[in-house]
Design a protein around this ligand. Structure first.
Ligand SMILES: Nc1nc2c(ncn2[C@@H]2O[C@H](COP(=O)(O)OP(=O)(O)OP(=O)(O)O)[C@@H](O)[C@H]2O)c(=O)[nH]1
Ligand SMILES: [Mg+2]
Length: 382
């Protein structure tokens, strides 16, 4: 049996884009933002540090950290790293939000987070109508909602917050501290959460299951079956059978972060970074941003009939036309050049054939002269 292949560099999903899009993304680079939300003390910050330590191990890129003030009391922390694979640049930002649930009244605890999400869409919308549209894009492409591992079901607060989030972002529910619940309880807990999500009509990010590619179909089915993802987070390395792994040490043994029998951290990381990054970016732009754009423009009376928008669309249409014209000219030029080369090649081939014929004639002549010479010498000898 062939030895197993050595683990290669991690493949960012964006490297699998079709050629055209491939080039655009590789040139411009893509902003890719993940946010963690949930009650206080569920391990959101620890999860981000665990994720980054795994990413830094794979990409060996320095990370940057900075804080941003949302309103007078709420601050978010952003951990950022530029990761690059096969020429693709991805500016990954993970946004850490303060946990809610610390206060007796948590009624509006989600408001600053929702405001932040809306502001990021608005920021891009405002930039759409200015000539230089290049700007820092902090629109959230994946929002991980941390659920307390109670083993029962979602709390009313979870349901309320998730309802507000799911209309604005790709929502991915995550069960925190999977090491505190038995595997059998976890399965039943996941079932109850899925039921609750469907009863309350909460839209969670669902990758399309059917694809031409059998591997992708199998992968997506297994992702879907694992939702909501259970995670174990840890900032410490521990020893398991002489190997160093990320995990949490207990008297009875080790809860390993990247062991798929212990939790779904690896599945979640693969979905976020490898297999569904492009899907998350596209749905954010095409669905969530578009919903915000239409709602805002309609509310402010600026429908699609708005003159400024029409002017911009006209400009874009003109640019597209010019691009198509240039492409046509280029193709025609290439065709003409190809014809010219083909004719030239044909000429060279005929010239080569003519010279070969001449050479054959000269060879026959030399041969004939040699025979005559031999005959004369033979006559003289006689
Ligand atoms: N058992 C267990 N403990 C965890 C896990 N992840 C984090 N913790 C612990 O939970 C505690 C809180 O973790 P944080 O990462 O600060 O939680 P947080 O969600 O960021 O909390 P806030 O910032 O207050 O919202 C720490 O003591 C962590 O070590 C886990 O997967 N399992
Ligand atoms: Mg925290």
């Amino acid at each position: 049996m062939a030895p197993p292949a050595a683990p290669g560099p991690v493949s960012v999903g964006i490297a699998n884009l079709p050629n055209q899009r491939h080039k655009i993304v590789s040139r411009k680079g893509a902003s890719y933002n993940i946010m963690v939300v949930g009650e206080s003390g569920l391990g959101k910050t620890t999860f981000i540090n665990t994720l980054f330590s795994a990413l830094m191990r794979d990409y060996k890129r320095p990370e940057q950290r900075f804080a941003k003030q949302l309103d007078r009391t709420v601050q978010i922390d952003v951990v950022r790293a530029d990761i690059e694979e096969k020429g693709f640049n991805v500016r990954l930002s993970v946004i850490d939000t303060p946990g809610f649930g610390d206060y007796a009244n948590n009624t509006d605890c989600w408001v600053p987070i929702v405001q932040f999400l809306d502001e990021q869409h608005q920021h891009i919308l405002n930039h759409e109508t200015v000539p230089n549209r290049k700007t820092d894009d902090l629109r959230v492409h994946a929002c991980l909602y941390f659920i307390q591992p109670t083993g029962h079901t979602l709390k009313p607060l979870d349901i309320e917050v998730m309802k507000h989030l799911c209309t604005r972002v790709n929502l991915i529910p995550v069960i925190a501290k999977a090491d505190t619940i038995t595997p059998a309880d976890m399965l039943a807990f996941k079932d109850r959460i899925r039921d609750c999500i469907s009863t309350h009509n909460i839209q969670v990010f669902t990758p399309a299951v059917h694809s031409e590619d059998e591997d992708a179909t199998r992968r997506n089915t297994s992702i879907l079956a694992a939702m909501p993802f259970s995670v174990i987070a840890s900032e410490n390395d521990v020893q398991v059978n002489g190997q160093t792994v990320r995990g949490r040490q207990y008297l009875w043994g080790v809860a390993e972060v990247e062991n798929e029998a212990h939790c779904d951290f690896k599945k979640l990381r693969n979905l976020l970074i490898r297999t569904h990054m492009h899907d998350l970016i596209t749905t954010t732009h095409d669905h969530h941003y578009e919903t915000h754009r239409v709602a805002k423009l309609t509310a402010s009376g600026r429908s699609d009939d708005d003159p400024a928008l029409q002017a911009r669309r006209g400009f874009e249409a003109k640019m597209k036309e010019e691009e198509a014209e240039l492409r046509k000219k280029f193709t025609e030029q290439v065709r003409l050049e190809e014809n010219r080369f083909r004719q030239w090649e044909q000429k060279l081939i005929s010239e080569r054939d003519r010279l070969n014929e001449d050479l054959d004639k000269q060879h026959s002549l030399v041969k004939q002269l040699e025979e005559e010479l031999e005959e004369i010498i033979a006559a003289r000898k006689r």
